[in-house]
Design a protein around this ligand. Sequence first.
Ligand SMILES: [Zn+2]
Length: 498
Amino acid sequence: MNKHIMTVAAVFLVLSIGGAAEAYSAHWCFQWQGAYIDSSTNQDYLNAPAGTTNYIDAKYSFAKVEIRTGLLTWQTLWNTWLDTSGCTGLVSVLPNKTYRFTQTLVVKRGDRIIEVHEDGVDWTGVADTEQISITTPSYLIPQFSYDAPIPPDSVNNRLMPALTQIIVNASTLDLPDGVDIDVSTWGSFDIPGDPVGLGCGSWCSGMGGSLYYACISNDWSNYKYNIAHEIGHAISKENDGPRWGDYWGSDGFYQATGVGNRCDCTFISGYSHCPTSREFTGSGQKEGFSHFIAAASYNTRTHVNGYFVFYKNLMQWLGTHGGVLPNGGGAGTIACPYEVELSDSDDVKWLQYECSPAANFQPHMSNEWDWVSFFWNLYADGGTNKYSVDEINTVWDGIPSDQRSYDCCAATDTDPGTGEYWVATNCVHLTVGSTCSPSYPHAFMIGKLWSADVTNHGVTMGLSERVDDLYNDTGEPLYNPAKFQHFVDTGVDAMVIY
Ligand SMILES: [Zn+2]
């Protein structure tokens, strides 16, 4: 229904001969420039923002339509939310009149609001707006709707196609009512706290209550996964889902060793939050979950259609990874953006192939790539036993804080033996530089023992027990052993913990 304004202008001019100089009752329809094409490598890039065909309806956003009534006076015809096609209700459209259109960079469904603020300002105040005018021709042909002019390409406008897709999928993504997310864009090195050299990354800022602040680097505002990742942090925090953890895993005392150190992040000095870095489990979970939310925002829910584009450089790899990683064996890094297929990530198993336990102890580390694979396959694989985002959040939400913490280790554990689920009896929170005691370099994976023996880890304990309680206990309302098994098997495939 909607067309580019140039097309509409052409319609006005060419076909106006047969029209009439009278008013029509019609809709004004709005669009955002650019659309994300979901079909090729680095598919998340905003496609041809200056082109003539890539526009999306400004659905769920806010617009104002005014008609000029004098030299400096305007009459408001519409000043509220657009419908699911990005259109106003019926308004009078007159020939040979000047109309002024104001689009607000906001999307809203129910009480969920995501709004973009002016470039370089903080997250407070009113949302950014774009204003543009046209004059209708002397004669109009009757139309059900007319296309409003499209705002010019800008950093902030580019966020809107991505945010629109997120708000369309708000229920699927478990974005709760009452959430207000304010987005601001910044120059790459203007981001407070952004380490120089972070590259393709964005940055997420302070939050309070149901209000969230997200910060997107100007240079990477074209990348929809980057944007949705930050929204993912708001989703997990609001639902008390996977959201805990610091990034100590690769740094200093906890630094990984061996195997060429392919699970570190040393190309970003002193910074461990990378796709291939080794992190404390909570960090791997929360970042992997946000990657997963981005994948779920833009891909259909099928096992083979899961894609994610890393927006930070990756370490190259040495292991075979089941043959799924094509560029392995080299030194140094692979530049971002780098697209990964999450269905293949069953064989990525970064921790298993590339990492060895840290010199100082700490067997229970994790990695973002492994975790996004885990979440995606939990969500999209498994037939009728797949887990919705809400169900994933519910698993985490039900885990007591002393059993989910990123830095929790069990001072005492009950080892049930080979192939049995581990039950810890105590948990000690770590501080930087401290160690678990007793600590052994045992390996295990989520929900199921990897090796015959295990020792300290709170997250694994909490997860396995929680999923067992939910789905594997006879008589429980959600009793479904096959669903429980899907969780366990997905953990086995991804090997999210080493
Ligand atoms: Zn993040």
